[in-house]
Design a protein around this ligand. Sequence first.
Ligand code: TYD
Length: 230
Amino acid sequence: MITHCLMMTKTTAQAISISMIFLAFEGLDGSGKSTLMRQLEEHLSEKKISFLKTREPGGTPVGDQLREIILKKSSDAPTARTELLLYEASRAQHVDCVIRPALEQKKWVLCDRFSASSIAFQAGGRQISESQVEWLNDFATGSLEPHLNILLDLTVEESKKRRVNRATQVGVAEDRMESEAELFHQRVRKAFLDQGQKKPKAWLILDASQTPEKLFELLKTELKERQWLA
Ligand code: TYD
């Protein structure tokens, strides 16, 4: 368990080396991130490529405590600005204690959500100024950005259907973010797509209604084209 860590100096993932790759998986809830990440994990293991799989909010003991506060449904829920700061606090701890050290050890990092989620949910969904969220992202990450954001794009209707199915099958209730109104999720989806359109080189946008096998094939093709995978 990580008990403490040192603040790292400011370097981007790109500046460290290309032998390790930082990938962030993004999308609406229920878009299939976990399945795609699991397929890539198996592939990297077969190829004997060392990697770290992690997630936000969370990924560290401090982050996991913040995650509880953020996602718990309660009458004393954090306000929009507090919520943003909690996500960013979790991210700063995660970058300093887990992500940068893994990249420095030349590992691939597969992260379930990263900064782009704050732009989508807090700027898009909660309508906080995008430039303020960008500033906080930059501060929390020390300017670290994923080499590639993989967006599993899904309609809000399909996302809702999958969430409800999952809740009935596994018996898990929706968390505070999931139970937001449809319009909120529409804004989140749009904010993800807008980010992809603004920086196409940093994004792979996949239509998440395709089969898991097809989605993994598309991801592998992209990683090979970028010469990150043989
Ligand atoms: P989680 O159960 O991990 O959802 P998922 O499996 O879909 O990733 O809950 C994370 C929730 O937090 C999810 O609804 C997205 C939201 N979120 C933000 O609003 N802002 C952020 O910066 C991050 C990282 C997540």
